[in-house]
Design a protein around this ligand. Sequence first.
Ligand code: B1H
Length: 823
Amino acid sequence: MNPNTPPVAAPEITVESFTRAFLRELNFGQGVDLDRASANDKYLALSRAVRHYLTTRWLETLRNQYRDQAKVVAYLSAEFLLGPQLENALLASKLDEVARESLANLGLDLDEIRAVEVEPGLGNGGLGRLAACFIDSLATLNVPSIGYGIRYEYGIFKQTFVDGKQVETPDNWLRLGSPWEIPHPENAVEVTFGGRTEAVEGADGARRWIPDWRVTALPYNYMVPGYHNGRVNTLRLWSAKATHEFDLQIFNAGDYAEAVRARTFAENISKVLYPEDSTPQGKELRLQQQYFFVAASLRDFLENVLPDGYDLTKLPDRITWQLNDTHPVIAVPELMRLLIDEKGWTWDDAWAVTQKCFAYTCHTLLPEALEVWSVDLLGRLLPRHLEIIYRINEEFLEVVREAYPGDELRVRRMSIVAEQPERAIRMAHLATVAGFKVNGVAELHSQLLAEKVLHDFAELWPEKFTNVTNGVTPRRFVRMANPGLSGLITEAIGDGWVTDLSQLSRLEPLAEDPEFRRRFREVKGANKRRLAEVLAARDGLEIAGDAMVDAMVKRLHEYKRQSLKLLHIVSMYEGVKSGRTPLESITPRTFVFGAKAAPGYVRAKETIALINAVGRTINEDASLEGRLKVVFPPNYNVTLAEVLIPAADLSEQISLAGKEASGTGNMKFALNGALTIGTDDGANVEIRQLVGDDNFFLFGMTEPEAADLQAKGYDPGAYYESDPELKAALDLLASGAFTGGDKGGAVASLFASLTERDRFMALADFRSYVDAQATVEEAYQDHEEWSRKAILNVARTGFFSSDRSIQDYLDRIWRAEPVTQNH
Ligand code: B1H
């Protein structure tokens, strides 16, 4: 890039110029007149017009970045769950009002056009959404950074229900065109796979890798605008293309069909996101995806971001590669390979630099979620990397042996190479050995990481371990999702909170102001009516506009315990039906579920079917007079979250203590004025500490209590026998009352799992959960007091901004400086 290119002037922001820009895109970009334009035409034209306004800033950011050569944070993540882009771009570029007015002048409605957007679902859940919040905050905090990931052609599957059972269909999100991406074929790089290695004479550690197949990684750039600060960072997502070699083969080999098959094979790499949240499957294609995007990203940084001839011994001054879980950890041996085999460095020099370039974020505590690659597979796909990992391990184990002479048991525990049940590479160990920092995602999680999952490593290198509690972007999840509340807050304390969420604490005195509480309730009420409208239009679901909204939205997983929520609902229902609970005593409540199950996760799918079955029975039971309602809109995604969360009164965060690493939905709900009913798990612990015990409904075992019970031997039958309400609820479920008399299938299977061998001990927490729910009922009766608590939740949870998380990463891990844009 020529740094002397004169900057392009930013287009003027006026209603007239915006209208012209929009019409130009409609006429010349889409080739249609306004009267003939489809909704999608308008959406694409509007998006491109907005994009143009941001592009000037983008080019400027890139130019400054090149000039300043500042340290860059590269966030390597297999998932970025971005959510809809248009509104965020409008907000960041201050175009929201202008666009609305200019469209209105043309007789168009901005919200109608926005509704056309299909969100890029390039992530599974919390981990992918966290990456999206982080790049938003990095841009807003003026940190030079790049997100690197995969441009999956199909994102997370679309969920539908057929007879209440989950059915997955492909998410063809690119079908109608994606106005937010710009392909850069000139920056394509090749990534190779397979083959063998051979010796290179006289080299220290170097080997030659003779791969046997290759693909082209084609980058697509996405803009990541900071909020009102003139910075636009880049998210670079890679798409796999067959190389020209494949085309030549078509002619040379004469086997046309085989050549086309090979093309398809290569392009499969970025075809689809693996829909597993928390439980990675050791599939070959997944390892291909991981190496594909990581190899392309490292090469891109070294060749396109660094200036020609950059002295790579200074690499740690220019970059931190943040590893979002173990998915990109193959980057470690890849950097070693580049330095040793391609640049001719010695092993020791390469290792010295590599160790300073990577930091690792762990997102889990579940042993089954820790990624492991069989040596057989890794050696077949990446033979050179396997050799490098072996040598890293050898040298590492020497360090261990030196620190703990004679402790071979420890050596085996810590080894990067597992021997049982098959020889395999433990990616979390590799990341911990190579990373200069390892962090968990909430206080409790980081503590348990150091005490349990990575205990030996924390003992050896205590200074390596740190915590960065997760956060969420206040732009998307408050400012955009909840315009009513945002207006109320801004009126009270000004709009500085959007980029400094700690200012929400200034709302605290207003919790005591009856007028403010009234207006707060008014906003909540309007948000509920908006939710009711969306659910009616989207799914034909009907909910009351004024009932308590009790929401449990997150991936379906046993450890999150949707089944415990279900038992509570069944128990309430059973109470009314058996006459134990007078109907009039029940506060009208709408239970809202949102959850996708991994397609191969049978128990999770059975739970979905049962929730739908119970919901149907309750919703159709006229004797309840509509006081209880259960809705499960299919295909919960970011778009729906933005409507649901602002409408919620109660946030369900009920995982078994010690299992949920952090949670981020919990933060979004609290910030939007829902009270939490939750266990002492993940970031719930910090939420409760901040909002105070009076404003949080705590229940269940603590982590040490749960660990204790597990160790002593958990006997669910004892709970079933000794708690008549629990027994009645379980028996009602087992009787087939919700499943048309069917006592087998999902009913029998869930019953057995809860009463015989539940790893997540739902029955042990049932009593305390149901009691806490009774407290909720009581508290909700007192509207004034409930609003007070809800406002205090908002005022006291400013800590959970992802801006704060990013500042913590900067202080504790990256040591990179923000670079101010002159705008
Ligand atoms: C989280 C994952 C995850 N932890 C494997 N681990 C995946 C693991 O494709 N896979 O194989 C995908 C995702 N996701 C979540 O991360 C935690 O469960 C949450 O507690 C946490 O809030 C979130 C962000 O840190």
